[in-house]
Design a protein around this ligand. Structure first.
Ligand SMILES: [Zn+2]
Length: 75
């Protein structure tokens, strides 16, 4: 759990409680992998999801990636 990140694309764990599987996919493929799994295995139900622990971090990553965090938020 304390692995250091390499310079490769960050991978995101996708967990499916119903299948009991955990798959790591590159960040850009997450949406695709999720919909493919849920479409193929669960009739489109959103059962597989990004590891909840990472979800918050992921939101930050994506936001940072999109430049949404460039404004300093001083309150
Ligand atoms: Zn599944």
């Amino acid at each position: 759990m304390a692995e250091t990140m390499s310079e490769e694309d960050p991978t995101v764990p996708i967990v499916c409680t119903e299948c009991g599987t955990e798959t790591r996919v590159p960040l850009p493929d997450v949406e695709d992998a999720l919909s493919r799994h849920n479409d193929g295995k669960h009739d489109g139900e959103e059962i597989a999801e990004v590891d909840p622990v990472l979800k918050d971090r992921l939101a930050d990553l994506v936001a940072a990636d999109l430049g949404l965090l460039e404004e300093p938020s001083e309150n």
